[in-house]
Ligand binder design. Sequence first.
Ligand code: TD4
Ligand code: CA
Ligand code: ZN
Length: 297
Amino acid sequence: MVPARKNGYAIGAFNVQNLESTLAIVEAAAEEKSPVIMQITPSVIKYAGLAYIISIVKTAAQSAPVPVAMHLDHGEDFETAAKCVEAGFTSVMIDGSFLSFEENSALTKRVVDIAHRKGVSVEAELGKLAGVEERSVEEKEAILTDPDAAAEFVEKTGVDALAVAIGTSHGAYKFKSEAKLDLERLKAISKKVSIPLVLHGASNVPQWIVEKANKYGAALSGAKGIPEEQIKQAISLGIAKINIDTDLRLAFTATVREVLTNSPKEFDPRKILGPAKDAMKEVAKSKMRLFGSSGKA
Ligand code: TD4
Ligand code: CA
Ligand code: ZN
């Protein structure tokens, strides 16, 4: 990510849950000759089991012709982060964004201390991503990342990458009205913080995929994401890791629905999940091109 920030591109960090999402991402990275980050959340560890998900992702990383990082996304406590450091993750996120500045710094520092001893890098988060619900302007202001606090946080903790809150949120319903990131704030953070910055909640929620899903029975009206132009601007302002989960989920779901509707006699899981995996792969490839990481491996 350091070369990415230096050279004005970003690495895609895609969430994996199972074999299909792992294959989609590693195949995309190989075809695009792009480095890639595969990230695993605590809820995936609960769903699949740490040993299963690690062996799938490690197998992908070992057989890929491009660099593949295995990252813990939104590590919720010290124990989870420590377990992943021990288990061979290349990087971990410790998300103390709901703690006070002091508590978040202290927790992050503890994780940095054990991770760096093993050569594992650490991402932390300062500020809170906006929720799905509408918030008043004042409240919203209060949760976005403060540039001075960000500089102090990085200095205090020795963290390797920082997730910033600049108006994005997780999921498929990011904006009720105009989609807008606080790029001025990002610029100010970027001036004071030189480590790679991370953009969570960066899915675009492509309308053609939402429409396809809805055509085959989904109920996803009003879904809205971040316009691609704003992603490009964010990269030019220091974002070097971009988290994408929702767009892959949407592509998967729309295709599963399409296959089940159009081929009612089909009951081979591979014939249902295979096309869904390919749809996720196409989305991942288009992200690598958008982020400028294609050809960088
Ligand atoms: O960090 N992420 C992924 C969050 C995934 C939460 O997943 P679980 O259900 O496994 O807990 C992002 O920033 C993704 O942003 P996006 O815009 O794709 O939702
Ligand atoms: Ca958080
Ligand atoms: Zn996130």
